[in-house]
Design a protein around this ligand. Structure first.
Ligand code: URA
Length: 207
């Protein structure tokens, strides 16, 4: 069996040619994901936006900058985690002559799911942090209610434990009074994921 790194690279090379749904027709790049595939912590967003589509890298726009800041506040860098999305290609529509992001359709999420599943089967994370409800709907349970359920721990078939946090794009959309509070919650949930990794590693080493 090849190394985890090699398995992820082999999967990336397969995924970049994916034609399983219509998003293949409009994408510039497949945004497979990046970071450390030997990590205990995988972070999963919804899907790439314009910057990610242009660069082929996840979370490189404003939301990504906020995510990097929030991770840094918890002592985490991109080298410590693996960051990817539920859908690997940008979902967009043309509205009044300009291209806008749109939420991925159910059939697009379903078509893309085997890539995410294979990523998680290779990485075998201890903890998954879902960013936003669309990711939590896939990883934790359907109809996830971010207001009531963010910051709570759930069982998942894809890791030892899963938690959901506010999506950084949602945090950025909050008006002046709401912003610091939403940002604090994002940092708090990332910190909670970090601590859970430590707790689970201890449990495993004591077995
Ligand atoms: N939002 C996401 O959900 N994923 C990205 O990669 C960028 C923005």
């Amino acid at each position: 069996m090849s190394s985890i790194l090699q398995q992820i690279e082999d999967l990336r090379n397969e995924a970049i040619n994916c034609q399983k749904c219509d998003l293949a027709k409009t994408r510039t790049n497949v945004v497979f994901g990046e970071g450390n595939p030997e990590t205990p912590l995988v972070i999963i967003g919804e899907g790439p936006g314009a910057n990610e589509d242009a660069t082929g890298r996840p979370f490189v726009g404003r939301a990504g900058q906020l995510l990097d800041e929030a991770l840094r506040e918890c002592g985490i860098t991109r080298k410590h985690v693996f960051i990817c999305n539920v859908v690997k290609c940008r979902a967009c529509i043309i509205e009044a002559g300009s291209i806008k992001n749109r939420p991925p359709r159910v059939e697009e999420v379903e078509a893309c799911f085997p890539w995410l599943l294979k990523q998680l089967e290779i990485i075998k994370p201890l903890v998954i942090l879902s960013l936003g409800a669309p990711s939590a709907n896939v990883i934790i349970h359907k109809d996830f209610k971010m207001t009531k359920e963010r910051g709570l721990w759930f069982e998942t078939p894809y890791a030892n434990a899963a938690i959901a946090a506010l999506h950084p794009s949602y945090v950025l959309r909050q008006m002046s009074q709401g912003y610091p509070e939403a940002r604090d919650l994002l940092v708090k949930d990332i910190e909670s994921a970090r601590r859970k990794v430590i707790e689970l590693k201890k449990q495993i080493s004591n077995k």
